[in-house]
Design a protein around this ligand. Structure first.
Ligand SMILES: O=P(O)(O)OC[C@H]1O[C@H](O[C@H]2O[C@H](CO)[C@@H](O)[C@H](O)[C@H]2O)[C@H](O)[C@@H](O)[C@@H]1O
Length: 276
C-alpha cells in the first residue's frame, strides 16, 4: 500500500476513526476481480469474499458499484450468498449495476432497473458495419441490455483497434443520443444519465454514512473518485483507492492510496481491519 501524500495518510486515519459508520464502494472488474480475456470468466479474487465478510463486521455497508449489469455481477461474484453472510455479520451489501442505473441489495433481493435507452437498439443494428469500417470486424460485442460494450482484448492488436474505433463509435453513439465510456480495452456505449459518482452520493446519502471509501481501477471510476473528494471537502471523511494496473496508469494521481490490483485491494481491506 502506497500513500500518495501526507494528506492521504491523514484521510486514511480519518476514515478509520469512523469505520463503524462508514460505507465502502468497490468496482468489480480490475478491483475485486482480476481482469481476464473473457468477460464471462471474471471471478472475485480468492481473498475477496473473506475480506468483505470481515469488513461487514466493522462498517455500515458495502456496495459493488460496477458497469456490469447487476444480475451478472451478482452471478459472477456469488454476491447473493455473500450478501446473506454479510447481513448475518451486521452489514448490508448493495450492488449498483450499469454505473448506478440498476440497484440490488441483499435485503431487497430485487433488481431495480430502468428501460434501455431509446437509441440503443438502432445503435446495435448499425454497429457491425461501423466495426468493419474501422477494420475491427472481429471485436467482441457484449450486449448488456441497457448498454453495449465493444471489446478489443482478444484481437491481434487490441490497442490499435481501440484507437481506430474511438471516433467512429463516438459518432455513432452521438447520432443515437448515447454516451461512450472508454475502459480497459473496451468502449462501452450507454445512456449518459447516470455515473458512478451519482451512485456513490446516493449510497452515502441513503445510509447517512459517516465516512466513505471507494476503490476503482478504470476511467469509469473517476466520477466516483471525484464524488468522494467533493464529499470530503464538505466534511465527510473519505478515502480514494486506486487498484493500479499497467493498462490504466491514469488513475494513480487521483487516488490517496495506490495498491497493486485486486490482490492489493484485498490486502488493503485487511490492513484497515487490522489497524482498527
Ligand atoms: O465497472 P467495472 O466493474 O470495472 O466494469 C466495467 C466493464 O468491465 C468489463 O470489462 C473489463 O473486464 C473484462 C473481464 O476481466 C475484460 O475482459 C475487459 O477487457 C475489461 O474492459 C465488462 O465486460 C464490462 O461489461 C464492464 O462494464
Amino acid at each position: 500500500m502506497e500513500f500518495t501524500s501526507d494528506d492521504a495518510r491523514a484521510h486514511y486515519d480519518d476514515v478509520r476513526a469512523v469505520l463503524d459508520g462508514a460505507v465502502v464502494g468497490l468496482d468489480f472488474d480490475g478491483t475485486l476481480a482480476p481482469v481476464v480475456d473473457d468477460p464471462e470468466a471474471a471471478r472475485l479474487h480468492p481473498g475477496a469474499p473473506g475480506a468483505l465478510l470481515e469488513l461487514a463486521e466493522v462498517v455500515r455497508a458495502v456496495a459493488v458499484i460496477t458497469g456490469r449489469p447487476a444480475r451478472q455481477a451478482i452471478a459472477l461474484g456469488d454476491l447473493d450468498a455473500l450478501g446473506n453472510a454479510m447481513l448475518d455479520r451486521g452489514a448490508e451489501l448493495f450492488v449498483f449495476g450499469h454505473y448506478g442505473n440498476e440497484r440490488w441489495s441483499a435485503t431487497d433481493q430485487r433488481i431495480r432497473s430502468p428501460r434501455p435507452p431509446a437509441g440503443l437498439a438502432t445503435f446495435e443494428r448499425e454497429l457491425p458495419s461501423v466495426l468493419r469500417g474501422a477494420d475491427a470486424g472481429d471485436a467482441f460485442i457484449e450486449e448488456k441490455g441497457l448498454a453495449v460494450a465493444v471489446h478489443t482484448r482478444r484481437m491481434d492488436d487490441p490497442d490499435g483497434a481501440l484507437e481506430r474505433l474511438r471516433d467512429p463509435l463516438a459518432q455513432l453513439a452521438a447520432k443515437h443520443h448515447l454516451t461512450v465510456e472508454p475502459g480497459r480495452q473496451v468502449i462501452e456505449v450507454r445512456s449518459g444519465d447516470m455515473h458512478k459518482g451519482l451512485a456513490v452520493r446516493t449510497f452515502v446519502d441513503e445510509l447517512d454514512a459517516k465516512g466513505v471509501v471507494f476503490c476503482g481501477d478504470d476511467l469509469g471510476d473517476i466520477q466516483a473518485f471525484e464524488a468522494v473528494r467533493d464529499l470530503r471537502e464538505q466534511g465527510l471523511p473519505g478515502l480514494v483507492v486506486c487498484s493500479a494496473s499497467s493498462e490504466q496508469p491514469g488513475l494513480v494521481d487521483l487516488a490517496d492510496v495506490v495498491v497493486d490490483g485486486p490482490a492489493g485491494v484485498v490486502g488493503l481491506l485487511g490492513e484497515i481491519l487490522l489497524r482498527r
